[in-house]
Design a protein. Structure first.
Ligand code: ZN
Length: 115
């Protein structure tokens, strides 16, 4: 069984400390605020993939990674639209926000609100 992320607020906090640079449409370089390592993140409509260790271990049938690097890239993209994202690991908690929801894999749910 695929492992699920159970610490959405940790992921969200880490994602805020990364530096995101857009390379091409839907392609980003994300520099970790902790290790200073740079990862490639490709975004699709339902999340994205990442070259970090977690991202490379995603199951064969779903390559999406809900790591902090993908969350950082999605937040970067949301900011361009004047929005800001929050991360949740429980669907009930996400639904209580009454905001647009996006399930990005690994059990992680993002909501977005106008900034
Ligand atoms: Zn990653």
């Amino acid at each position: 069984m695929a492992r699920l992320i159970a610490n959405a607020k940790d992921i969200q906090g880490k994602s805020r400390r990364h530096t995101v640079r857009q390379i091409r449409p839907n392609w980003y370089k994300v520099k970790s605020g902790e290790s200073q390592r740079v990862y490639d993140v490709a975004l699709g409509v339902n999340g994205g993939t990442c070259t970090c260790e977690w991202g490379r271990q995603r199951p064969e049938n779903d390559h999406r990674s809900a790591c902090s690097h993908v969350v950082a890239a999605i937040n970067y993209r949301a900011i361009q639209d004047g929005r800001r994202i929050s991360a949740w690991d429980s669907e009930e908690a996400a639904q209580r926000q009454h905001r647009p929801m996006l399930k990005i894999g690994d059990g992680l749910i993002l909501t977005s609100r106008l900034n």
